[in-house]
Write a protein that binds this ligand. Structure first.
Ligand code: ADP
Ligand code: MG
Length: 323
């Protein structure tokens, strides 16, 4: 199917989530959004490029889901409530069937979080998807990277390393994901942004970040911003059954500690909040695991089961790079 840019935009319009605070959505030169009183606007943007951020044979629906998911994950890490988004699409050709699949994945997640697509841009070029999300948070209540304090516990949601394992085990030389473990593939293609968890952690967590570059690298961001150090017990890092089945313990730890694309929340909170956090885990149906603590210093130190400092055997995934 071949369609012009205007038809593509019409096709996109049919899929949007409606919200009362969208005064003017797709169709004018810009969107008009009604901001509530006493709230701060939280804005984040992430781009997915073919062959860099997703394997070449990723389905359109999975790309649509993931493009929104990685952005919602940033709102989650700030404790924000999703409200609006914009979408910049660069497509090699005006392919209505591809766009249908894309919108299917994108809208499935948008509905879950009641986020409205209010505008964007559609151009011709190598396949690339850029989403900007806008969220809302009560003034002064956002979770930030710079609030970790000495003595805080360090927590992480869900499990780590699955997405990186999918890439490590299933990616061929041409940058195509081969058949393999379906659970791992799902974690790569359909990450779950931890939005309810992030919102529940406002006023409880001292600092938070979402794990996109790998646990240790992202924890280092919290430490640098907060001017503290951290100690992490490798044995405490949560693993899925799929990961336990797929790789040996050494490889697993490597993937959990340094693999990217997890989109879990990593946060610090005072010891006095342990019970509250257990309650949040139950209320938001999100497994939470205590993995270490905030200490004096500036480095993140990962400790092996024998108490010695552990060093990654291969450099971390700065960004997974599929050719
Ligand atoms: P302009 O030339 O004024 O920038 P466009 O022709 O690019 O307008 O877009 C027309 C309308 O369609 C605008 O409201 C724009 O926000 C919207 N739009 C264009 N592309 C997309 C897209 N990929 N997703 C959502 N809205 C889009
Ligand atoms: Mg435009």
């Amino acid at each position: 199917m071949n369609t012009g840019e205007f038809d593509l935009i019409q096709q996109i319009r049919r899929h949007i989530v409606a919200r009362d605070d969208v005064v003017l959505g797709i169709g004018d030169d810009a969107a008009l959004l009604q901001l509530p009183a006493n709230r701060q606007l939280v804005v984040a943007m992430d781009t997915l490029n073919i062959g860099v951020h997703f394997p070449r044979n990723t389905t359109a629906a999975d790309i649509g889901w993931k493009a929104l998911a990685v952005n919602l994950s940033d709102l989650a890490a700030m404790g924000a409530e999703p409200a609006w988004c914009t979408l910049s699409l660069s497509l090699p050709e005006a392919d209505g069937d591809w766009l249908d699949g894309f919108l299917h994945g994108f809208t499935a997640l948008a509905r879950q979080h009641q986020i409205a697509l209010v505008g964007g841009d559609t151009t011709r070029g190598p396949l690339s998807v850029c989403v900007t999300v806008h969220g809302l948070v009560a003034s002064g209540e956002a979770l930030r990277r710079d609030g970790a304090r000495l003595g805080d516990d360090i927590w992480v949601s869900g499990s780590l390393g699955d997405a990186a394992a999918a890439l490590a085990l299933m990616l061929d030389e041409d940058g195509h994901l081969q058949d393999g473990d379906e659970a791992l593939r799902q974690r790569l293609n359909r990450p779950t942004p931890r939005v309810p968890l992030g919102r529940a952690l406002r006023g409880v967590a001292h600092a938070a970040i979402d794990v996109s570059d790998g646990l240790l690298a992202d924890l280092q961001h919290i430490c640098t911003a907060s001017d503290v150090g951290a100690r992490v017990q490798l044995a405490a890092l949560p693993a899925s059954d799929a990961l336990l089945r797929a790789v040996d313990p050494e490889r697993r730890q490597q993937l959990q500690a340094t693999g990217g694309d997890d989109y879990e929340l990593l946060f610090s909170a005072p010891v006095s909040a342990r019970q509250a956090i257990e309650g949040i885990a139950l209320a938001t149906l999100t497994p939470l695991q205590r993995i270490g603590g905030i200490v004096n210093g500036e480095r993140v130190v990962a400790l092996a089961a024998d108490g010695h400092e552990w060093q990654p055997s291969e450099p971390g995934y700065q960004h997974f790079s599929c050719r």
